[in-house]
Design a binder for this molecule. Structure first.
Ligand code: HEM
Length: 405
């Protein structure tokens, strides 16, 4: 495919092409030119190739903390970027490895069979509300409430208490996008304030009387023999757990339904063969990843990548949605193949910042897909009435109007 000037310029301004109905042919054309591009809008190197993206994800010469320093230089101090120095996606080196280890250990304490049963019950209860023959919006029906219910179950905050916090999650996530402005930064600051007002009392309450829940287990790191500070806990809960879950899962649920609706033959095969469930879910996550790009880092020394030298001090990130369609790694990358195996997609960022919630994401995604294949003989989507989410690094739907048989 040859690119139009408008497509090329849109990519250079905002490489994730927010809200674009199908950015992948554009990525493929750009990746064929070079697996690495410099983009003027975010002032950043963008990696589109799979091997180059994987190398970047494992490269300790790329610093997240230095990227925050750049944002502080550009947008001024006193914003959320200071707080984010303790936020796992923005940590580096040994302190990062230690907190990751602690969070992983804490997550190991989750009762997975119990959570699976809870998730299946919740999905069944929501899908029971669909009236036969009537179109419905999957986002308020299932995509929004499912991750909220699951996080409530895990951290013990009733869903109705979360409404005010929920409204601010998009601003928080947006403030850590690839492109930043004073407005996105101010909205992110507002979200952090709300998180502080909401979660700090909860943290104090749990410190006073610990319970058998995730938050109580996060409070002390037994391996490194230290209590975790309120500020770090606040970020564990609000950013690493709450925002990470609520935001991405809602997008994944819509994308699962849309992928099935737009590939009816694949959906029929899945209905007839439950052994395809796991590979089908991986293919959805590969084919249209909810998180299209990693958080940015800064090269701490010159880095050679696909014939380019990225100078020390320059920012860079990997575009996972593009890397997942790399023809050097994926046969028929533009074809949706629910039996694809192996599927070495990078949607959960395998490397130093690999997603810590991928097991929870897969658990919920699998339960949704299983419910669809058991209940529905066909899924149709109304494209004109639906609406894609538009916002920086993420893809999915804000409104997804479906009809099911
Ligand atoms: C469909 C759902 C999800 C997707 C697609 C997703 C994707 C990702 C990606 C791409 C990263 C790497 C970010 C980076 O390097 O900048 C990441 C990191 C992370 N994710 Fe997820 N995620 C999902 C769900 C979750 C859930 C449910 C949780 C928590 C319960 C979670 C917690 C985290 C954390 C804490 C990190 C930071 C890891 C680090 O920097 O060391 N994610 N996720």
């Amino acid at each position: 495919m040859s690119l139009t000037l408008a497509e090329r310029s849109a990519f250079h301004q905002d490489p994730c092409l927010p809200g674009h109905h199908d950015p992948y042919p554009i990525y493929a054309a750009l990746a064929a030119e070079s697996p690495v591009h410099w983009c003027e809008g975010p002032q950043m190197w963008i990696i589109l190739g799979h091997p180059e993206a994987v190398a970047h994800m494992h490269d300790p010469r790329c610093s997240r903390q230095r990227h925050l320093d750049k944002l502080i230089d550009r947008l001024g101090s006193g914003h959320l970027f200071h707080d984010q120095k303790l936020d796992i996606p923005y940590m580096d080196g040994e302190p990062h490895a230690q907190v990751r280890h602690h969070v992983m250990e804490t997550f190991r304490g989750i009762d997975i069979p119990g959570l699976e049963a809870f998730t299946r019950r919740f999905i069944a209860e929501r899908l029971d509300r669909i009236s036969p023959g009537r179109a419905f919006d999957l986002v308020p029906l299932l995509a929004d409430p499912l991750p909220v219910a699951v996080t409530s179950e895990l951290i013990g905050v009733p869903p109705d208490l979360q409404q005010e916090v929920l409204m601010h999650v998009p601003s928080f996530v947006r403030a850590r996008g690839l492109t930043q402005t004073e407005q996105t930064t101010a909205a992110g600051d507002g979200a952090i304030d709300i998180y502080r007002r909401f979660f700090l009392p909860l943290i104090h309450e749990r410190r006073a009387s610990p319970q058998d829940d995730l938050l109580s287990r996060l409070m002390v790191d037994p391996h490194h023999g230290r209590p975790i500070s309120d500020e770090q806990l606040l970020l564990f809960i609000s950013s690493n757990f709450y925002s990470a879950s609520v935001f991405t899962l809602r997008l994944l649920v819509g994308t699962i339904a849309w992928a099935m609706a737009s590939h009816p033959a694949a959906f029929q095969r899945l209905r007839n063969d439950s052994s395809l469930l796991d590979t089908a879910l991986e293919e959805v996550v590969c084919w249209d990843p909810p998180a299209q790009a990693l958080n940015a880092s800064v090269a701490t020394e010159p880095i050679e990548l696909a014939g380019h030298t990225i100078p020390a001090g320059d920012s860079l990130t990997a575009l996972v949605g593009a890397a997942n369609r790399d023809p050097r790694v994926f046969p028929d990358p533009q074809v949706f193949r629910i039996e694809r195996d192996p599927n070495p997609h990078v949607s959960f960022a395998p490397g130093l910042h690999q997603c810590l919630g991928r097991q929870l994401a897969r658990l919920q995604g699998r339960a949704v897909l299983e419910a669809f294949r058991q209940r529905f003989s066909a899924i149709h989507w109304q494209e004109a009435a639906s609406h894609r989410f538009v916002g920086d690094r993420f893809r999915g739907f804000d409104r997804l109007i479906l009809e099911v048989e």
